[in-house]
Design a protein around this ligand. Structure first.
Ligand code: OMP
Length: 236
């Protein structure tokens, strides 16, 4: 998965809208993120259709279950040939290590990158304190989860770009930071709470950015995508 290109979050409610969207990018190889909604509806044949168009897939299913179940599920996901998959760090070190074993066992050749979700970028400090019962700042919890993820042997974490620099300082430069919560100056925040522009995210240590609605809901998706690519890769 080429880090110079943003990962487009394909959050569409049906395959027809999705392929209509992708048609606009004919001839370009994209990094795309497929989430639960479309994967549960379309399964492996749906992934193959996207891969046949030359795109690299981040399969965002955020697994979180007992270690044995996650290990077996990951072995199956590895066989789809996707480039990146994820788990919730809240599942713990043993679960994350099992996920990695499953991926290694199931891949023929290159194993997909495995990252964990720390605190979602839609989570505020108040929600984390009051609803999850975790005290302190979001950053403290994110760093704790990032260190646990590294100890389990994973490749990196999903986090807000606001946290990327601190994660690099704690876990080292090779530990990947994949950052949603990206908005151009002109975009609306939607439900994201911890956001940054592509250029600032790049300077802050993000390795990959994930961008959904600013592209998928733009009047001119291709032009907006190009604007985000140049803002992002201009800093690299
Ligand atoms: O795992 C993710 O991809 C993810 C983690 C997170 O903390 N925050 C977050 O927004 N995401 C995903 O990133 C995408 C962001 O989409 P937009 O807010 O539309 O740019 C969505 O598909 C989310 O599911």
């Amino acid at each position: 998965m080429d880090p110079k290109k943003p990962i487009i979050a394909l959050d569409f409610s049906n395959q027809e809208d999705l392929f209509h969207f992708l048609d606009q990018f004919e001839g370009q190889q994209l990094n795309v993120k497929v989430g639960m909604e479309l994967f549960y509806a379309g399964g492996k044949p749906f992934l193959e259709r996207i891969q046949a168009q030359g795109h690299d897939i981040f399969l965002d299913l955020k697994l979180h279950d007992i270690p044995n179940t996650v290990e077996r599920a990951m072995a199956i996901l590895a066989s789809t040939g996707v480039a990146m998959v994820n788990v919730h760090a809240a599942g713990g070190k043993e679960m994350m290590a099992a996920a990695l074993r499953g991926l290694e066992a199931g891949s023929n050749g290159k194993r997909p990158l495995l990252i964990s979700v720390t605190q979602l970028t839609s989570t505020s400090t108040e929600q984390m304190n009051q609803e999850q019962g975790i005290p302190g700042e979001v950053l403290d919890s994110v760093l704790r989860y990032a260190e646990l993820t590294k100890a389990a042997g994973l490749d990196g974490v999903v986090c807000s770009p606001l946290e990327a620099a601190a994660i690099k300082a704690a876990c080292g430069p090779d530990f990947l930071t994949v950052t949603p919560g990206i908005r151009l100056e002109s975009s609306v925040a939607d439900d994201q709470k911890r956001i940054m522009t592509p250029a600032k995210a790049s300077r802050s240590g993000s390795d990959y950015i994930v961008v959904g609605r600013p592209i998928t809901q733009a009047d001119d998706a291709v032009a907006t995508y190009q604007q985000i690519v140049s803002d992002w890769s201009g800093q690299k």
